[in-house]
Design a protein around this ligand. Structure first.
Ligand code: URA
Length: 298
């Protein structure tokens, strides 16, 4: 067994060195493989522990397979804590330079022509908390700022109810362009897996510059974009409310505010609010009795 292992290890090293010699600087690795590689060997070989997966529950949005799954992972796929964080003005400078690159981006075949402008992100580079959404809609495309439409106004209200200001957090999206809707005068469409994989590097850079203490993924597309195959097939109902991790940063998954606009029930509002209470606790923000009780049935 040990011999077989070393033979395979030698063959893998030889293969990787061959690729490197031919100029390759990246290899395609799925998030699941990456996760397994981070674990000590004994754990990797042990049968998966923990409770049996819960039966899928009825909830908005199932995370789809076939996302940025086996895309090429840059070296930034290491835990962020392994990188030296930028300080003060360096962060602002790096974010400005990145924003300039995004403004001129032409990586996708149609979006550069269909967009009014790119929608980069909003908030402070010094944020402890970062929200990640899906993609700009019509309002965001027109104004050049994420989450300014009806869903955005609700997000702002949620942030303020947490005792924060919109300018104290950072808000970004998986996609920096509004997905085009050819032949339609209104409406939105979900980003395709290829669009997500193409654009994701920008979000990863934004997160790397900010290095927030906590992130919140708003809806299925956001969590799918961030965690890919790791969450494929999982329902939003089974994902929300528990802490996940994105490269060492605690990640809370919750429903997209647009879902709350469609479903005004107190129960669903309370679920999102409970997720935000967990975020507040993680950030050691003060929580009043009034805040604890929001959206509870009297
Ligand atoms: N929905 C999103 O996911 N992002 C936005 O910026 C606006 C609406």
């Amino acid at each position: 067994m040990a011999n077989e292992f070393h033979t395979l290890l030698d063959a893998t090293i030889q293969h990787l060195e061959g690729l490197k010699a031919r100029g390759a600087r990246h290899v395609a690795v799925t998030p699941a493989t990456l996760q397994a590689l981070r674990k000590p060997l004994a754990k990797t070989q042990a049968p998966a522990a923990g409770p049996a997966p819960a039966a899928p529950v009825k909830a908005p949005g199932r995370v789809q397979a076939g996302t940025p799954a086996a895309r090429t992972l840059p070296s930034s796929s290491l835990p962020l804590s392994s990188k030296t964080p930028l300080q003060g003005a360096e962060k602002e400078k790096a974010m400005r330079a990145l924003a300039a690159r995004v403004t001129g981006c032409t990586k996708c075949p149609r979006l550069p022509e269909s967009r009014t402008q790119t929608v980069f992100g909003v908030g402070t580079v010094h944020a402890r908390l970062m929200f990640v959404g899906e993609a700009p809609g019509a309002d965001e495309d027109a104004q050049g700022e994420p989450f300014v439409g009806r869903a955005g106004q609700l997000l702002t209200k949620i942030i303020e109810t947490m005792g924060l200001q919109r300018g104290e957090v950072y808000i970004g999206n998986i996609l920096k362009c509004r997905p085009d809707t050819p032949g339609q005068s209104s409406g939105n469409r979900k980003p395709t897996p290829v669009e997500m994989a193409t654009c994701l590097g920008y979000l990863e850079e934004q997160i790397g510059i900010i290095q927030p203490q906590v992130m919140v993924a708003l809806g299925a597309t956001a969590v799918q974009g961030l965690l890919g195959q790791q969450v494929a097939g999982r329902t939003m109902g089974s994902l929300r409310g528990d802490w996940l991790e994105w490269r060492g940063i605690p990640l809370m998954v919750t429903y997209h505010p647009a879902y709350l606009l469609r479903n005004q029930s107190l129960t669903e509002k309370r679920k999102v609010w409970e997720d935000m209470l967990k975020v507040m606790a993680k950030l050691e923000l003060p929580i009043s009795a009034k805040q604890r009780g929001f959206f509870l049935k009297k």
